[in-house]
Structure formats: structure tokens, C-alpha cells
Design a binder for this molecule. Structure first.
Ligand code: ADP
Ligand code: ASP
Ligand code: MG
Length: 412
């Protein structure tokens, strides 16, 4: 991607749903944008749908059908962002700031055709660049694009962050700011762990793990794009003028910590395929079936076989559309005996660059949970993360005690 040439630095500012939930908040956002432009930048704002609009639109569709067509759902949900982009542009113009709003299509966001989970293939930002040359603020609808047949697509829940970072990459922006209802990225979700503190700066890799493992403050794919194109990314408050959290390349980080954050995700389900023959190719068949449904698998566990049989367990997002008949088919295909679904599970993840170089860390995590009498259902670990699957009821207590032991008490 060759960034477009512009005469002033470009700042991309993304306003989340709560930050544009009312006309007053939209006016506040417009004021902030006007100030940024007055400081000598081109400004592109990416907006989410107002407040809970996306959920409300979804509910409307569900009232008419338990399985609305994904194409129509995308048309419907994209309307939320169209509403807020027009309102923000109206508010800017009212303040004397020249502005123009663009849908995903007008902004040149071209995606694949996977409705409700589309990936951005490329951006043709000609109209955006032209409007910036004309000294307008561009207000772009987040979360949406069009496929090769000009069908409207959406990028998955939380996808406006990805629109913002992708547009920042396409424009060679100086920075991309994700402005939201918290002042930055915290060491845990501040709603779950009140003693969580704001992180000043962290690496793309750490942020990517956090985002993919429940820290919904950023859409995981936005972090991937930021890392690939080296987009300087900041998460900050939409209402207060404070520095926020910088997400950057590892080399730019001064401090090195062992544990960066504890993240949680309760919106998951555990599926086990039981008594599968212990033969080559079986796991491949299970996951090929899952691949057909576009399901993102969070964690896979296959333990030591017993008497030629294995259980394969995996964690999928709660929203994964897997019917009982699909699981039945999977069991049949691999010659397994039966399957189990468990919705009463949650992920507790400990994330940090130092996890792999700190030998005692796993023991410490398990001791903390044992002291709390929290049973660990499954464990997985990688270079950057240790994940424990626990019961939902234990999630908050587990997150707070791990945060207390690993972050509030300095382990480095
Ligand atoms: P927006 O509508 O602005 O996109 P989101 O609701 O998607 O906002 O993301 C912001 C929310 O993310 C916060 O209100 C907070 O509860 C949650 N969150 C989860 N984990 C973290 C974390 N580690 N740091 C900050 N916020 C977090
Ligand atoms: N409005 C969409 C959602 O609620 C996209 C976003 O807010 O990023 O998921
Ligand atoms: Mg969000």
C-alpha cells in the first residue's frame, strides 16, 4: 500500500458508540475535532453507531426471523454508522468546520464477501484524499465496506477500530487515536478489576493478545493492521484531554514487564468431541468442519490418548453459530462417540512479554487460583500468554486475585 500524498499530517480519530451516543456528545466530539484541525492537521474521523444502536438493530431483525439473511443483516447494521457519520458531519458544519461524511463504500473500503465478518482487502481512498485536499474534515462510517459485487459488508462487532487503523495505514497517517469511554488500555478491564491501572505504552504483540483474549477496548484485527503497517496507535478518552496509552513497536518501549495485564472473556463456549480414534488426520477433519463455519477457535486441547481413544476439546466464541446437527456431523465424520457443549466457562488470560522467560510464573498463577479455591478446567500457554479456563462464577474473583498477585505486587 502506497500512502497518499498530502500537504499536512493526517490524524485519524475514531469515536466509539458511547462517545457519540447523544447529540451533546456528538457536539463535544465535533469541538474536539475542530481543535485538532485548527492545530494544523488533516482530520479523518471514524464513527461507530450511537450507543446501543447496533444491538437494537440486531434485536429488530431477530423479532422478524431467528435466522435473518446475513446480507440483509449487514445492510441493516451498517445503517447505524451511517446515522452517526451524517450527524457528526452536521455538527461539524454547524461549528463552522467544513466536513463531509462518507459511507464505507464512498470511503473506498473494499472487503471480501463474508457477511458479518468481512476482511478489508484494500482501500481506494481517492474521495477521502480529495476531500482532505479541499480542507474538509472527513467523517467515515466505521465497521462497513463493500465486496467485489458492491454488496454492503460489515467487519464484525467492534470493527470500527479496524476501519480507523486501515484508513490510517492507507493515508500514511501520523497517528490513529481510538477515543473511547476509558482513558486508555488498563492492566485489566476496569469494570471487572477496580484496582486496574492505565498502561502508558505496550507492544503491538501484547495488545494483539489482549484484544484477541477479551480486552474489547480494541478490535484484534485493528492491532494486526497497525503492527503490519507500523501505524502509531493511541487509545485515549473521548472526552478528556489526557495522553492515553501508546501501542507501538517493541523497540520503542523503555520498560520491560513480566506480566502486562489480566484479560477475561466470558463470551465463550467449550465443545468436546469424545472418544475419537487416535489416528492421524482426525484433528484435521474436526477443524476443517469448523473452518467451513468461519469459526475462530480460541484454544484447542487434546490430551494423552487412552486405549486408542482421544477427547478433543476446543473453545469457540459464544457467538459461533454451531447447531447440534453440525456437532453431530463432526462426531460422525471423525468416528467419535459423542459431544458435549458447556456454556458456563470463561477465559482468564495472563499476558506479558516476560511470561516465557519467568519460569516461576505458571506455578504462581496456579497457586493464586488454588488459594481462591478456583478449579482450572483447561490450561494453555504460549510465549506471551497463559490461559486458564474457569467457571464463569469464578471469573471476577480469579481476575482480581491474579491482578493483585501479579501486577499490584511487582514481580519483575
Ligand atoms: P467503544 O464503543 O468506544 O468502541 P468498547 O466498549 O468497544 O468501546 O471498549 C471500551 C471498553 O472496553 C471499556 O468500557 C472497558 O470496560 C472494556 N475493556 C476491557 N478490557 C479493557 C482493558 N484492559 N483496558 C481498558 N478497557 C477495557
Ligand atoms: N457498531 C458496531 C458494534 O457495535 C461496530 C463498532 O462499534 O465498532 O459492534
Ligand atoms: Mg469498540
Amino acid at each position: 500500500m502506497t500512502p497518499a500524498k498530502l500537504n499536512k499530517p493526517v490524524h485519524v480519530l475514531k469515536f466509539g458508540g458511547t462517545s457519540v451516543a447523544t447529540p451533546n456528545l456528538i457536539r463535544d466530539a465535533a469541538q474536539r475535532i475542530g481543535q485538532r484541525r485548527a492545530a494544523g492537521c488533516h482530520v479523518v474521523c471514524v464513527v461507530s453507531a450511537m450507543g446501543d444502536t447496533t444491538d437494537e438493530l440486531n434485536t429488530l431483525a431477530q423479532q422478524l426471523s431467528s435466522q435473518p439473511q446475513r446480507r440483509e443483516l449487514d445492510v441493516l447494521l451498517s445503517a447505524g454508522e451511517v446515522q452517526s457519520m451524517a450527524l457528526l458531519s452536521i455538527a461539524l458544519t454547524e461549528l463552522g468546520v467544513p466536513a463531509i461524511s462518507f459511507t464505507g463504500q464512498q470511503g473506498g473500503i473494499v472487503t471480501d464477501d463474508r457477511h458479518s465478518e468481512a476482511k478489508i482487502l484494500r482501500i481506494d481512498p481517492d474521495r477521502v484524499v480529495e476531500a482532505l485536499h479541499g480542507d474538509h474534515v472527513v467523517v467515515l462510517a466505521g465497521f462497513q465496506g463493500i465486496d467485489q459485487h458492491e454488496e454492503i459488508t460489515t467487519l464484525g462487532r467492534g470493527g470500527s477500530d479496524t476501519t480507523a487503523v486501515a484508513m490510517a495505514a492507507a493515508l500514511g497517517a501520523e497517528r490513529c487515536e481510538i477515543l473511547t469511554d476509558v482513558p486508555g488500555v488498563f492492566t485489566a478491564d476496569p469494570r471487572l478489576v477496580p484496582s486496574a491501572v492505565q498502561i502508558e505504552a505496550l507492544s503491538y504483540d501484547e495488545m494483539l493478545e489482549m484484544a484477541n483474549l477479551g480486552a474489547r477496548v480494541l478490535h484484534g484485527r485493528s492491532v494486526e493492521i497497525a503492527r503490519r503497517f507500523n501505524v502509531p496507535l493511541v487509545v485515549a478518552s473521548a472526552t478528556e484531554d489526557r495522553p492515553g496509552t501508546r501501542i507501538t513497536g517493541k523497540g520503542e518501549l523503555m520498560e520491560e514487564v513480566v506480566v502486562r495485564a489480566v484479560t477475561d472473556d466470558r463470551d465463550v463456549r467449550k465443545i468436546s468431541i469424545l472418544a475419537v480414534p487416535d489416528q492421524p488426520g482426525i484433528a484435521a477433519r474436526v477443524f476443517n468442519v469448523l473452518g467451513e463455519f468461519d469459526i475462530n477457535i480460541r484454544l484447542i486441547v487434546q490430551a494423552q490418548s487412552h486405549e486408542g481413544l482421544n477427547d478433543i476439546t476446543f473453545i469457540v466464541p459464544g457467538s459461533a453459530s454451531l447447531e447440534e446437527s453440525d456437532l453431530q456431523r463432526m462426531v460422525q465424520e471423525v468416528g467419535g462417540e459423542s459431544w458435549l457443549i458447556d456454556d458456563d466457562v470463561a477465559l482468564l488470560n495472563i499476558v506479558g512479554e516476560g511470561i516465557s522467560r519467568e519460569p516461576g510464573i505458571a506455578g504462581k498463577i496456579f497457586s493464586v487460583l488454588a488459594e481462591q479455591e478456583i478449579n482450572i478446567d483447561l490450561i494453555s500457554s504460549s510465549n506471551l500468554v497463559i490461559t486458564c479456563v474457569v467457571r464463569e462464577k469464578d471469573l471476577a474473583r480469579g481476575a482480581r486475585s491474579l491482578h493483585q498477585a501479579l501486577i499490584e505486587t511487582d514481580t519483575s
